[in-house]
Design a protein around this ligand. Structure first.
Ligand code: ADP
Ligand code: MG
Length: 242
């Protein structure tokens, strides 16, 4: 099967600083691909390029073996089924939980009047998936930080994306909330969906990832199964710091 996304020799430069310095990774359908690495490694910048927020200097990001996302607009990328949850939750606090998910589904709140069955079903299913169905009519501002992370996941899920990009989904969460998020991410795995989880928490990644790439200073330091990552001398040195 053609990979969902092939990132090849990516370079992203801010002034004279290379945030991504020749990074490559293959993201497959049916898998959870994790990109881990210390703060500043370039993980969010990678998602910025895949989602069209930031332009690459050189290299390519090819979707389904066809479309170069590094030359596409944010809108075209989202419409093509590539959706992203940002690192910091940014839900609309004054709107209800459900209204936030309607916005995530795309097209804005006016779609609600349309009362389209498919839309309603996707919105309801997304809320059930993340465990927020009971809270649907409450203002999003009343949710805890963890619940806001899950709401954001429901917002991106509601458009039924084929590529789901999650930036630090467990940042600031308790151990129990991390467990719940791990179960949630695993439940999202499907043959026609690729999931990319960017994290610096190795313990979390160990629970969910099919493949792991360690990013350091904009480069791929290591690729392989978790056990091998933990035993790699370079990874231990730069990432685990021992
Ligand atoms: P990570 O998500 O792995 O913590 P980032 O991708 O956010 O790292 O950042 C990688 C590096 O690029 C950091 O040194 C950061 O300061 C820098 N950087 C990110 N975005 C910009 C920007 N828009 N302008 C300048 N430097 C940036
Ligand atoms: Mg980041």
């Amino acid at each position: 099967m053609t990979p969902a996304i092939v990132v090849d020799s990516l370079v992203v430069q801010f002034g004279s600083f290379r945030a991504i310095d020749g990074f490559s990774v293959v993201i497959n359908y049916g898998e959870v691909q994790s990109v881990i690495g210390p703060n500043g490694a370039g993980k969010s910048t990678l998602l910025d390029v895949i989602s069209g927020v930031t332009r690459a200097r050189t290299g390519s990001v090819v979707l389904d073996g066809q479309v170069d996302l590094s030359r596409s607009s944010q809108e075209a990328i989202a419409a093509g089924g590539v959706r992203r949850k940002f690192q910091k939750p940014s839900v609309f606090e004054a709107l209800t939980v459900e209204e936030n998910v309607w916005l995530g589904r795309g097209g804005g709140l006016w779609r609600r009047q349309d009362d389209r069955l498919a839309d309603r079903e996707h919105v309801a299913a997304s809320l059930r998936t993340v465990g927020l169905a009971e809270r649907a009519q409450e203002p999003a501002g009343r949710l805890s930080h963890g619940e806001k992370q899950w709401l954001e996941i429901a917002m991106v899920l509601s458009s039924d994306p084929k590529v789901l990009l999650l930036d630090e989904p467990v940042a600031g969460l308790s151990d129990e909330e991390r467990e719940r998020t791990a179960a949630l991410v695993k439940s999202l795995r499907s043959p026609d969906r690729a999931i990319v989880v960017v994290e610096h928490d190795m313990g979390f990644v160990e629970k969910i990832a099919d493949r792991i790439t360690v990013m350091h200073e904009g480069r791929s330091l290591f690729e392989g199964p978790m056990a091998a990552v933990r035993n790699d001398a370079r990874v231990v040195e730069v990432y685990l710091g021992r």
